[in-house]
Design a protein around this ligand. Structure first.
Ligand code: FAD
Length: 485
């Protein structure tokens, strides 16, 4: 008989959190600290969502999305998790660009970018200053229709090299394009420019284990291997509201649900169209998901070493930056994340993770043989590209493996295997959810600005504060709970 992963759970919870990405984990922690009874359900055998890792024969540990985040993570982690976790966040100083238009080493902060834009790219200092200041002043509520591409042309007309420097790393990090609203670039880029790029020393495994300890200490009931199939609703006093979920075939009752699944999965698959107005369903269907990713994982044999070629190396053979070319099946644009022994002190190991932006449809339409062939091509091309910087690297690799948008879909269930949530319009659908269906909330990569490690954690906190208010009101007088706005 199959093991019952829900064995021993209670009949009723204040809140069920669907999914353990950084958004789901953070919400669960905040709500438990507010005194609510929280059940966290994750379909995978591991917590973390995309902030995860895997191990392989030969002592290799590979991180999926531990490449770099802004300094704001220190404050968010300290405030909503613990000082102990926050103190392992360290700066990555070696960011490198190598492409036909320029080669550059940078600490990826405002001071260094200003210096290089002025000295190397010969952009007038006042233009650079104005650009950075205007970007900092960008506001979500401005409703500015300008795209990132249009904004670049306004500050740096005809400067495809400058535009590439500004756009390429952000497109790698969140799948945004030149056609997305300028605010999606402005907020994310400004966050990085504040003080550079940071990582978690110890690896995603240590981070997620520490978070799990914290969740348990705060009383969160955590269950893995549990797939939520359906969000249950009922009409009470004329208002439709969430009353539970069906998970692994079993009904669990609750006052509210927070979904960390993709917003389209949440509305169209988990809750179902019947629970929303036709207008809202149309809006949810119209939400575009972001692009996806491929990765190549290269394990370096125990005892071998690699020279320091930078921490994050953005490479491309494309003559200029193009959002289309970046996701092309045969793109030459790759980011090498180099993991030296100081990533996991004490292990004395090296690994390389190559990240490549990708389109789900290109990979989903392949035959089984074609899929295997394309994965092998990805591995071969990545090693050949790395040999330009480390000529003898091939002989040091004793594990090689590729992941594709299909891998992401398999492990996270995200709509069209997206790695970066949705385009901007997804944010409105996510925020409007509780006004459509009482007790249903969403937190997770959405709208580009609420994406990435920092964005999803902060969005998780914002939504948890709304849920806390809802639950407090419910517990006081369930029948008098006001509609959520
Ligand atoms: C290759 C790659 C590189 C990246 N690099 C960076 C980076 O360097 N810096 C950065 O800041 N960000 C990076 N990101 C993005 C970042 O990892 C994500 O934005 C963030 O981790 C997403 O968190 P989330 O809360 O949206 O949830 P996710 O991580 O998307 O997790 C959602 C969880 O919900 C679970 N779930 C879904 N449906 C169900 C269901 N029905 N029942 C139970 N469980 C369910 C999934 O299994 C998953 O665990 C990268 C992403 C990828 C793919």
């Amino acid at each position: 008989m199959a093991y019952d992963w829900l064995k021993g759970i209670e009949e009723h919870y204040d809140i069920v959190v669907i999914g353990s990405g950084l958004g789901g984990l953070t919400s669960a922690n905040v709500l438990a600290k507010c005194g609510h009874k929280v059940l966290l359900l994750e379909h995978h055998y591991q917590l973390g969502g995309l902030a995860t890792w895997f191990t392989r024969k030969g002592g290799h540990i590979f991180d999926i999305s531990l490449h770099g985040f802004p300094i704001g993570m220190i404050k968010s982690i300290r405030k909503y998790w613990s000082q102990d976790i926050a103190q392992s966040i360290v700066q990555l100083k070696g960011v490198r660009f190598i492409n036909p238009q320029f080669s550059m080493d940078t600490t990826f902060d405002r001071e260094d970018f200003t210096r290089q834009l002025v000295e190397k790219f010969k952009v007038p200092a006042e233009t650079v200053e104005r650009f950075f200041t205007d970007l900092r002043g960008m506001n979500f509520y401005d409703n500015n229709p300008e795209t990132t591409g249009q904004m670049f042309e306004r500050y740096f007309p005809g400067r495809s090299d400058v535009q590439r420097l500004l756009m390429e790393p952000i497109a790698y990090a969140n799948g945004s394009t030149l056609a997305d609203p300028a605010i999606t670039f402005g907020i994310v880029f400004s966050n990085f420019m504040s003080k550079g790029v940071y990582t978690f020393q110890g690896g995603s495994d240590v981070l997620i284990r520490k978070m799990t300890t914290e969740l348990k200490r705060n009383g969160v009931e955590i269950r893995k291997h549990v797939n939520v199939e359906k969000i249950l609703t009922a009409t009470e006093s004329g208002t439709k509201q969430v009353v539970g979920v069906v998970a692994n075939g079993r009904t669990i009752r609750c006052r509210a649900v927070l979904s960390n699944a993709n917003i389209k999965n949440t509305v169209l698959r988990l809750a179902g169209e019947e629970n929303f107005t036709a207008q809202f369903v149309a809006e949810a269907k119209a939400v575009r998901v972001n692009s996806s990713s491929c990765q190549v994982y290269l394990g370096i044999r125990k005892g071998e070493t690699l020279p320091h070629i930078g921490d994050l190396v953005f490479t491309s053979d494309e003559p200029t930056f193009s959002s289309e070319k970046l996701v092309d099946l045969h793109t030459t644009s790759r980011t090498f994340s180099m993991y030296y022994p100081d990533t996991r002190p004490g292990l004395d190991r090296y690994t390389v993770v190559v990240s490549i932006n990708a389109r789900y449809a290109d990979w989903n339409n392949l035959s089984p043989a074609g899929y295997a062939e394309e994965k092998q091509r990805l591995i071969d091309e990545s090693i050949t590209a790395l040999e330009r910087y480390i000529p003898d690297v091939r002989s040091k690799i004793d594990w090689q493996e590729a992941a594709t948008p299909r891998t992401i879909e398999y492990y996270t269930r995200h709509w069209a295997g997206t790695s970066f949530g949705t385009k901007f319009e997804g944010l409105k659908v996510s925020m409007d959810l509780p006004s459509q269906l009482r007790g249903l909330y969403h937190a997770g990569s959405v709208g580009i600005i609420m994406s990435g490690w920092l964005g999803t954690i902060n969005y998780g906190v914002i939504v948890s504060n709304q849920i806390d208010k809802f639950l407090v009101a419910q517990k006081r007088a369930p029948e008098a709970t006001p509609p959520i706005v």
